[in-house]
Ligand binder design. Structure first.
Ligand SMILES: C[S@@+](CC[C@H](N)C(=O)[O-])C[C@H]1O[C@@H](n2cnc3c(N)ncnc32)[C@H](O)[C@@H]1O
Length: 258
């Protein structure tokens, strides 16, 4: 990384280890942000970050990129729903599900809606994590914009959202089914015993090495027969080396199970 000092500051101030993020992309993002706030050197930039809390928070958001939406790549979520139904027997089992790098909650709430649709009120265990505490706070609030719910069918909107003042509030019933926690995919240890892990649109920012470690840890965290669902540009080329089988496009399976 060209920005040694900034890297150190980011580690100290936000607890984020930039060494595992792809260097070229990151340098471009940092340069863009420095330009925006008029900082001409690393030292000047760090002093701005230390002085101005708002800019500092914006910079953290800029680094972590929180874009998300409900049913992101809808046809893939419909495929996932089918795989859950066919492979994980959700009507018989209480499933343990992890939405990793969940941003402001659209993804885990989508999973909660799918599970409700599949098993009509049965409670599964859905854990949603992100590195960013502020975004987790937003996720818990469960308030969304029209653009976040553009892929949600009308009947699901009616059933699972309350619309007030042009905001879309996720229903309390669905909200209660998701537990949010802070977790860093690079630095923290992983829980075990998952039937489904959903991790989308975050590993694209990581180096090859970091990515591989994450997928190995997901493998360990899954039960036999468990599924890993990744993003639309995140095919795992070496999935066999790690031990996975392919269940569907963008869905991998840990061998065993039913
Ligand atoms: C583009 S969003 C993806 C949201 C959702 N998974 C989706 O596909 O719509 C990326 C998220 O990854 C989180 N993130 C970045 N680095 C992380 C890390 N090391 N550990 C956990 N989450 C991280 C960011 O805070 C952000 O909320």
């Amino acid at each position: 990384m060209e920005f040694q000092r900034i890297e150190e500051h980011v580690k100290a101030a936000y607890g984020i280890d930039l060494a595992s993020y792809k260097s070229k992309q990151l340098v471009r993002r940092i340069e863009n942000f420095m330009l925006r706030v008029g900082a001409k050197s690393e030292v000047e930039f760090i002093s701005i970050l230390k002085k101005d809390e708002k800019i500092s928070k914006k910079f953290q958001d800029h680094l972590t990129i929180n874009v998300s939406e409900f049913f992101r790549n809808k046809e893939m979520f419909l495929q996932l729903e089918k795989e859950i139904k066919d492979r994980l027997s959700p009507e018989k089992n209480v499933l343990k599900i992890w939405s990793a790098a969940c941003s402001y909650g659209a993804e885990p709430y989508t999973l909660a809606i799918i599970m409700d649709r599949l098993t009509k009120g049965k409670k599964h265990n859905i854990i949603a994590t992100d590195i960013d505490l502020t975004i987790l706070q937003r996720a818990k609030e469960g308030r969304y914009l029209k653009s976040d719910v553009k892929n949600v069918d009308g009947n699901l909107l009616d059933k699972y959202f309350e619309i007030r003042d042009e905001n879309y509030y996720i229903s309390e019933e669905i909200k209660r089914r998701v537990t949010f926690k802070k977790h860093d995919l690079i630095l923290d240890r992983y829980e075990k015993g998952f039937d489904l892990i959903v991790c989308r649109n975050v590993v694209i920012y990581f180096t090859q090495e970091a990515k591989r470690k994450i997928y190995e840890k997901f493998y360990e965290a899954l039960n036999s027969g468990g599924l890993l669902f990744v993003g639309a540009t995140e095919s795992i080329y070496n999935y066999r080396e790690i031990g996975f089988e392919k269940a569907a496009t963008f869905i991998y399976k840990k061998p065993g199970g039913k």
